[in-house]
Design a protein around this ligand. Sequence first.
Ligand code: BGC
Length: 753
Amino acid sequence: MTKKIAALLAALTLGSSMTAPVLAQQTAKTQASQSAEARADALVKAMTLEEKLQLVHGYFPPLAKPVPPIAMIPSAGHIPGIPRLGIPTLRESDASLGVANQIEQRKGDVATALPASIATAATFNPRLAFEGGAMIGAEARAKTFNVLLAGGVNLTRDPWNGRNFEYLGEDPLLAGVMVGEHIKGVQSNHIVSTIKHFALNSQETGRTVLDARIGTAQLRESDLLAFQLGIEAGQPASVMCAYNKVNGDYACENDWLLNKVLKQDWAYKGWVMSDWGAVHSTEKAAINGLDQDSGQELDDRMFFDTKFAEAVKAGRIPMSRLDDMVRRILFGVIDSGLMDNPVPESAQPIDYARHAEVAQRTAEEGIVLLKNEGNLLPLAKSAKKIVLIGAHADVGVLSGGGSSQVRSVGGAPVEIPLTKGAAASFARITWHASSPLKAIQALAPGASVTYVDGSDPKAAAAAAKGADVAVVFAWAWRTEAQDPESMALPENQDALIDAVAGANKKTLVVVEAGGPVLMPWVSRVPAILQAWYPGQRGGEAIANILFGDVDPSGRLPITFPVAVKQAPRPEPLGLAELRAAETRRDAGDKTVYGMSGGVAPFTVEYPEGADVGYRWYAARNQKPLFPFGYGLTYTSFRYANLKVSDGVRLTVEFDVTNSGKRVGADVPQLYVEAKSAAGTKAYRLAGFEKVRLQPGETRHVALTVDPRVIARFDNTAPGWIVDAGAYPLRVGHFAGDAALEGSARLDRMTAKP
Ligand code: BGC
């Protein structure tokens, strides 16, 4: 240790005996060159007990009554800073898809709204995940937020999960890579990002009471692998633990999850913050790994406030553990760069026009062309009559609901409040002001482009008759806190599509939904675009794809089933418990409130283990409607010249050629057959790359495989094991495709957990 650092440490341990501004200045200047760990250590030594206690619990601004009064921005959370040590106040905002502003709690405060995260996953383009994160981070900083509740990476285990739109699909490699890039983007602004919800918050029904049960090795090979890859790549300053229980213990007081997996095995140095209202104890939570209680007013009781202080003073929570909690928070604040780059005191101007381009590019690359019979698309700009039907396509595009809701630039042309359900208090069905009608008209100025609302199938069919093309905009709203009652399109839309398709052979369907919907009309329409929730430039993005100004290049990050019975669980478990609570509430039972909503605890088994999504379908020989990784383009791609380098490390090389007549982007995918801890064999996505090629152009692609993606997790070893032997592999356009086939001979490999 240099003399200077030793002197500083000595000074810091004197704590409050130095005058405040002097100490803060020295802290900032001299410590910038030290490691984040050393700086966090020194600060902990300099802090009084009261100061330490202040950092381990956060206020929920809408409900908080902190003493003494402090100025909180209406948002998700607030943790007062410690000015004498230069520790900033933490201002938390939700930010999965943009800086959120649910039910417009900050009147008039708009932000750029990206498409749903599932659309970002569908781009298969990590660069765009980074750019989206960087854009959100820049806006957050300009709005004085410095901790972003972003980085949702729960794997899609059930196609109906209400929150799938906020996540990155069903594959751990894709989701892990994309979330890592998103977090890097956010933190490139020297603010904190989280990764969430750790772990297995895989359904919304009863999320605060359910016990998610799964084999621990299988969890490592699936959901936890996505977190592990994301944390390694993105280095988020914080991890948000989930509402639910995992194998018997609440995630926010789960020793195995927090202490063993995250902090010991993965050597994670940042802090664990709870989800809002996810804390159920004081000593147990603190000892088992929770470092900070978020939005404490939402817990049934405030566990990390006075009760926590008492437990520390009585020795039930050791001082060393409190120090560790504070050290972790400070490490994250320092390591992300926030400590040395405080956010501005007041809101700064934002270049919304430039940021909108990121939203548009993400939407354009994320939209998936599912069907294009007879090359109906791209549409000719010489079309004379185009009829648009439904989903408020005259004024906007739909977004998903809940804490991720952005009040987008341009406002909300349609906003429908909810009258019932767990999301009613904080979600409205919201459209972003990006009109497909206007965008289509702008690209086909010579055409008559008209809109009918679709409420009357007969009227819509009559309007569609004789048009060059009829475009039905189908919609299915999804939200945090609720799972949908059905995966079918709501409000008679199946009948609408049938009627329009019957009246005009050139009927195409643009689906605005947070995930798959049932498509009983799939064979009756020649073209289908999955537009997800396409964000605040969604209208423009859809129009550009329809007319071919942009080539569709999105690929499905989740499998689309033919029918719900193909999914591992055809409907959310716990519906009976939910209905029972609702009946009691309707009968006037006042105990039916709060985070649990009076729902009795229940168990959700995940017997599919690591065989999530496409692996589940393959294992059961089920043919889905559209497979994982699927998506058409306006050109075509061929693969050739497979070369496998194996032994200790697996690298697979091949050539991709644009064999069609138009420029376009492809996503060649490598699948390797591997054995799980449970002994099941499945082809797993082991690599992918997005390549943009001119007609006739060939690109050489080399994919090196992270061994953990094809390993089995051994709880006894413990760690990752790739058994020696032959591994069949395929390069294809989607899961199950085998454009090129080969095999690798791998040596035995092991890796730490
Ligand atoms: C959600 C989190 C969110 C938090 C704060 C919770 O209900 O599950 O994703 O970050 O609220 O708004």
